[in-house]
Design a protein. Structure first.
Length: 327
């Protein structure tokens, strides 16, 4: 659920800058910037790069769509499979999707449009289909609660090494990173416990090696070293400017991040990872995938909010806040 404050400011920022990242065509065109062509997908709120179908990205609508997950080919922007989940209740507010090391897709029905009114939310899990075709699959449903009370969230990430599920809550004053149990259990409550502090978050993604976590918001993103289940050193990550900035995932090879947004025919923008996924991670370990910074990236031009544009957005935010107080 977007607030008037954030969406209006995002629109103002786009009008002011008009920055559009440019990405070279790599070989067959997979994993490059693309537009989601499916007219049914109007609120793409999460992204996950397929592990068995190169260049394919899983996504879903935000709410009021039903138990559907879509596979979109980045080469064409077309939907190549629609998966209908059965064995679950009626989704309320699906906000995130991730793929675990077990080969399962995890779908996070974790949004709470009333900011903490629901005493539990859900995660759905099913194996990533080996064949890309329309299908109905039986999914496992997990009940989720938070140790410190109900809250709104839009980011759910499955660690690619441990398989542990993490959720980042969404709050204008900053949220928390919540760690799930070692194994999710069906038929009982899975309690997630706060293990870190995070800014306003609309989505997140682990690098394929699990050594970095990127969390994005409407205007920015931050990359964190991730070790032993905890956040480490953090840094700014360059992001494209999008109207309703909702999703992020790494490409399957870790060489880039893909940033998505909501809306009809929304664009998914590729941003290169610093070092092409081969540089050391921010915590100093070798072989990691370090989130892109502000330096040279070998081809991708990143649109970032700087200078006067940021100043104007701050003014817009202040005016909207004043209007809200008067209302």
């Amino acid at each position: 659920m977007r607030s008037l404050l954030t969406v209006s400011a995002a629109a103002a920022l786009l009008l002011l800058t008009g920055a559009v990242p440019a990405v070279a065509d790599d070989g067959d065109g997979a994993d490059r910037t693309f537009t989601i062509e499916d007219s049914r997908i109007t609120e793409s709120s999460g992204l996950a790069a397929s592990r068995i179908h190169p260049g394919v990205y899983w996504t879903h609508n935000d709410s009021e769509d039903g138990p559907y997950v879509y596979a979109v080919d980045s080469r064409t922007g077309r939907t190549v499979a629609t998966i209908t989940m059965e064995g679950v209740g009626e989704p309320r507010d699906v906000e995130a999707i991730s793929i675990g090391p077990d080969g399962n897709l995890y779908v996070g029905d974790i949004g709470d449009n009333l900011d903490g009114s629901w005493d539990h939310v859900w995660i759905y899990r099913f194996p990533e289909p080996e064949r890309l075709a329309n299908a109905t699959v039986r999914a496992t449903q997990f009940d989720v609660t938070y140790a410190d009370g109900a809250r709104n969230a839009e980011a759910m990430m499955v660690h690619p090494r441990t398989g542990r599920v993490y959720i980042a809550s969404k709050n204008e004053d900053g949220g928390g990173l919540y760690e799930g149990p070692e194994k999710l259990t069906a038929g009982g409550s899975n309690v997630f416990r706060r293990v870190g502090e995070v800014p306003w978050v609309t989505d997140g993604a682990f690098s394929p090696d699990g050594e970095n976590l990127v969390l994005r918001s409407y205007f920015s993103a931050r990359g964190y070293a991730f070790e032993d289940g905890r956040l480490g050193a953090d840094r700014a990550v360059s992001v494209p400017l999008q109207g309703q900035s909702e999703s992020v995932t790494y490409t399957a090879d870790g060489s880039a991040m893909m940033f998505g947004s909501e809306g009809e025919h929304s664009e998914v923008v590729r941003v290169e990872v610093e070092g092409g996924g081969k540089e050391s991670s921010p915590n100093g370990g070798g072989g990691g995938t370090s989130p892109g910074g502000d330096g040279e990236d070998g081809g991708a031009t990143k649109g970032t909010a700087t200078g006067g544009a940021v100043a104007v957005v701050v003014i817009v935010l202040a005016l909207l806040a004043a209007k809200r107080r008067r209302g």
